[in-house]
Each structure stands twice: as structure tokens, then as C-alpha cells.
Write a protein that binds this ligand. Structure first.
Ligand SMILES: Nc1ncnc2c1ncn2[C@@H]1O[C@H](COP(=O)(O)OP(=O)(O)OP(=O)(O)O)[C@@H](O)[C@H]1O
Ligand SMILES: [Mg+2]
Length: 245
């Protein structure tokens, strides 16, 4: 099967940095996985994500989405098929909640009724009452509510691949648990590929079909939660999971 996302010997250096942000990364993510990415701060997780939707470009090696090198696809076209949800939510401040969520469906020229229904369904999904929240602006929402709208926006056009970079950082434990449940349900029912960065080992073990551990720009291990727990490939992985128990 063609991997949904593939890194072939990818290195990424930022100007002036002492060490590469990604250092000869090889990785193949099969379609339908929910990959949780764990690792220390500065380990290269966000860089990995941004190379997939071409917010950054590799210095060496090849990043492929559905078998095609991302450099061979128009960046805008590429991003239409990839949902992207970040911690800071990235909402457009001058647009209402509904218009933020409707962004990609509008570009795709869905009809008005279909867009309205999708917006309401997604607001329900992330536990924001549509009649109350549709017409608000991002500045009129709490941080956690903004994150939930960001999640809804990422899901709007049912992209093949969802990239989620610490999307639940600003929500309380109860909301987080319910968003995790929603995410699991959406993932399991959609069959789409999700790549989810988190600092929370328990969250990763709960959600992941595969866990990817990154440190110092290198893949430490990629495998099922059981594999990583039972057969950690490096001392870093052992410590990451050992620290929990
Ligand atoms: N635009 C940039 N310019 C220069 N250096 C950068 C840039 N973006 C990231 N870096 C550096 O690349 C390395 C990897 O950063 P990255 O954001 O991928 O880490 P991360 O694993 O996502 O960390 P965190 O858990 O803190 O979000 C870090 O050393 C960082 O300082
Ligand atoms: Mg990051």
C-alpha cells in the first residue's frame, strides 16, 4: 500500500542553528493510522508536521504525500487535502466562527445549505452550541473554545490527512477527555490518517494506533503503543515511558 505520508532520508536545517531540526528522517505512515508524536521540546515535531503541508521545505531527501513528492504539487492544492490544527488555533480574527469553519468548503464551492449544515454539525461535534457561537468572533471566545473551533475548521472538508500540533493544550482536563473521545470517534469512523503531536504520554497511549518518538531531530522509534512499552528501542524511549509508572 502507498503510505499516506513518507519521509525518505529527510534533513532540515534552519539558518544559524547548531544542529539540524530534522536529521536523516525515514518514516512511512500507512493510511488510516492515528500517529501520536511525542518527544522533548525542540526535538523536531512541529518541523516534521510543517514539512508535510509544505510550510517548510526539506534541505535533503523527499517528503511524499500519497506517493507524490510534495514539491511536485501546487502548495495550495496540497493543503486542500490536509487539515491543519495548531495550538494557537490560527483563526482569522476578522471572520466569525461560522466563516472560519466554512473557509475550505467555500473554496471548494460547496452550496450554501451544505456549508451551513456542516458548520452546525461540526460545532455540535466540538460541543459549542451553534446558535450561541456561529456568529461570534475569535476574540469573543476563550482559548479552549478557540482551539475547538480550530479543530472544527481542520475537519470541515473531510481531508484525507489531519495534522494536529498540540491542539488540546489550552483546554481543561474534562473538555480534553471529551475532545479525545470525539477525535477517536472521528478517526475510527472516517478511516483517515491523523498525525497528532502531544506532550502527554497518557494521551498518546490512549489515542494512538502508532506512536512516533522524536528527539534531537531523529526518529527514536515508530511502532504500536505496545511495542514501545515492551521493547523500547532507545534509552530515551524507555525513559519517556518509564517516567509514567
Ligand atoms: N523558523 C525557524 N527558524 C530557526 N530555527 C527553528 C525554526 N523553527 C524551529 N526551529 C528550531 O528547530 C528545532 C526543532 O523545532 P520544532 O519546533 O520542530 O520542535 P518541537 O519538537 O515542535 O518542540 P515543542 O515541543 O517545543 O513544540 C528547534 O531547535 C527550533 O529552535
Ligand atoms: Mg512544536
Amino acid at each position: 500500500m502507498t503510505p499516506a505520508v513518507e519521509f525518505i532520508d529527510v534533513t532540515k536545517r534552519f539558518p544559524g542553528a547548531a544542529a539540524p531540526a530534522l536529521d536523516h528522517v525515514d518514516l512511512a505512515i500507512e493510511p488510516g493510522e492515528l500517529v501520536c508524536v511525542l518527544g522533548t521540546s525542540g526535538g523536531g515535531k512541529t518541523t516534521l508536521i510543517k514539512l508535510i503541508n509544505r510550510l517548510h521545505e526539506a534541505d535533503e531527501g523527499s517528503v511524499r504525500v500519497n506517493g507524490v513528492d510534495v514539491r511536485d504539487v501546487d502548495a495550495i492544492e496540497l493543503r486542500r487535502g490536509i487539515g491543519y490544527v495548531i495550538q494557537q488555533s490560527g483563526l482569522f480574527p476578522h471572520m466569525t466562527v461560522a466563516d472560519n469553519i466554512a473557509c475550505v468548503p467555500k473554496i471548494l464551492k460547496w452550496d450554501r445549505a451544505r456549508i451551513d449544515k456542516r458548520v452546525d454539525d461540526l460545532l455540535e461535534l466540538v460541543h459549542l452550541a451553534p446558535h450561541e457561537f456561529r456568529d461570534r468572533y475569535p476574540a469573543q471566545l476563550s482559548g479552549g473554545q478557540q482551539q475547538r473551533v480550530g479543530l472544527a475548521r481542520g475537519l470541515a472538508a473531510e481531508p484525507d490527512i489531519m495534522l494536529l500540533d498540540e491542539p488540546f493544550g489550552a483546554v481543561d482536563a474534562i473538555t480534553r477527555k471529551s475532545l479525545q473521545n470525539e477525535l477517536l470517534r472521528i478517526h475510527r469512523s472516517s478511516g483517515k490518517t491523523f498525525i497528532f503531536v502531544t506532550h502527554d504520554v497518557a494521551e498518546a497511549l490512549r489515542l494512538a494506533t502508532k506512536v512516533l518518538v522524536m528527539d534531537a531531530g531523529r526518529v527514536q522509534q515508530y511502532g504500536t503503543p505496545e511495542e514501545l512499552l515492551q521493547r523500547p528501542a532507545t534509552p530515551f524511549v524507555a525513559e519517556l515511558f518509564g517516567a509514567r509508572t
